[in-house]
Design a binder for this molecule. Sequence first.
Ligand code: ATP
Length: 313
Amino acid sequence: MTTTAAPPVTAVSFEQVTKSFGDVRAVDSLTLDLHPGETVALLGPNGAGKSSTLDLLLGLRHADSGTVRVFGTSPREAITAGRVGAMLQSGGLMGEVTVRELVRLACDLHPRPYRADDVLAAAGLTQLAGRKVDKLSGGQEQRVRFALATAGANDLIVLDEPTTGMDVTVRQAFWATMREQADQGRTVLFATHYLEEADAIADRVLVLHRGRLLADGTAAEIKAKAGARRVAFDLAELDAGLAEQLRALPFLTAVDVSGHTVRLQSTDADATVHALYGLGLYPRNLEVAGLGLEQAFVAITEAEEAKKEAGTC
Ligand SMILES: Nc1ncnc2c1ncn2[C@@H]1O[C@H](COP(=O)(O)OP(=O)(O)OP(=O)(O)O)[C@@H](O)[C@H]1O
């Protein structure tokens, strides 16, 4: 007798999903699969469509066209089954109750709940459990949202700019908890403007721009996709026309002269270094390195903007 292996479960699947608000296409033909155990960062400039994408995934909005599936079902079915936890930017918290009462309620409502005390502890809220929710600081409120998103054994955790307002210690504890969740096979999807977080935490990075997926890969792949390298050096003497001279060189995509330090981005670092000597410069402390994720992100989204202005996309 032969047995056929079940197809691998996809945590999230977007197929040709489009969502517009009036003239604005917030999500544009998005096709995407997320897998169990992946930690995925969703990056994009303001208005790129990150929150809209998360809203579609959570069934808070419906697509104009295309299909969104969560563990093979509709978002609503997946949520009702207690498979999805979310921490969103918007939406007020119930204020007149204590932190403990609110977290208990979330646990009571969850089909696969954790113990409220454990949830409070994991979110760093044990000391604040007796405090009224409307007396919390912004960062403390974020911790409560985190607790509500992790009140039960969710298979997918969706976080919209989760660490905004959190101090460094809480932020580190937060990501440690998320790592544990991913190590247990859960999928963690988070939108963020903190690119260093995406670089450190995510094993997959998605770059959205005007509702379209511009890049999808590991942080290293995204950096490589930007196709540029950093060239930095110091000059003992600065010529007044230096910045102009540098800008006239080929292959440069960014020029920054600050004090005696020059930072360049070049699509051909070898040619750039050669050209520096050609200009009669004597660069000291010369460093050539790949782009950081933040610079790669800026390079990729700016290149897309430039294409749009030139009418080629
Ligand atoms: N309810 C709405 N009504 C009208 N336009 C909307 C609505 N929600 C989103 N938009 C528009 O859709 C686009 C995408 O917005 P969205 O909030 O998804 O972006 P974002 O990437 O999350 O941005 P940010 O980083 O600023 O939070 C924007 O141009 C926004 O103005």
